[in-house]
Design a protein around this ligand. Structure first.
Ligand SMILES: [Zn+2]
Length: 162
């Protein structure tokens, strides 16, 4: 029996980024993760992916990858949009952690890879360091209270071996 590769995100391009950027605004990261999660259907084996892009005015938004409804796979071909600072994609809730292939792609592209599922939000840095959010705003009961400060409570989980 061979082991199947699951939850693959593969970008058929390479981009040069001067320095991997830390997305340190938890409220923005939470908003973008929620936006990606909203595109996942009830069957969460179909992967959804997007670039996180910084616009000229400094705001972060998503540039969605085409949704081909492939089983546990998302792919982007062609040039990456300008201003890419990270990649975010979904995993099934049963498999919340970034894969070793995610870590390899993060290193190859020199971009943080965010992985979101209904019950988890993780990020793997280009150096292979895994962090996981302790608090997920979309699970909290007191939803969308004005002036709520969003703190994801990132927890360092060490290095993914690649
Ligand atoms: Zn993945």
């Amino acid at each position: 029996m061979f082991k199947r590769l699951l939850y693959v995100v593969f970008a058929a391009f390479s981009i040069t980024v001067a320095r991997a950027e830390t997305l340190d605004d938890d409220a923005v990261v939470a908003r973008l993760a929620t936006e990606v999660l909203d595109r996942v259907s009830a069957v969460d084996d179909v992967e959804v992916a997007a670039f996180i892009v910084r616009g000229d005015d400094g705001t972060l938004s998503l540039a969605h990858w085409p949704n081909r409804h492939r089983f546990r796979e998302a792919q982007w071909t062609g040039p990456a949009p300008a201003g890419v600072v990270a990649i975010i994609h979904t995993h099934p809730h049963r498999s919340p952690l970034p894969s070793t292939r995610d870590a390899r792609e993060a290193r190859r592209l020199n971009l943080p890879f965010y992985v979101v599922s209904r019950a988890s939000l993780c990020v793997v840095s280009p150096e292979g360091r895994l962090r996981r959010a302790r608090h997920l705003p979309w699970l909290s009961r007191s939803k969308s209270k004005k002036n709520d400060v969003v703190r994801l409570g990132w927890q360092d989980r060490g290095v993914i071996l690649t």
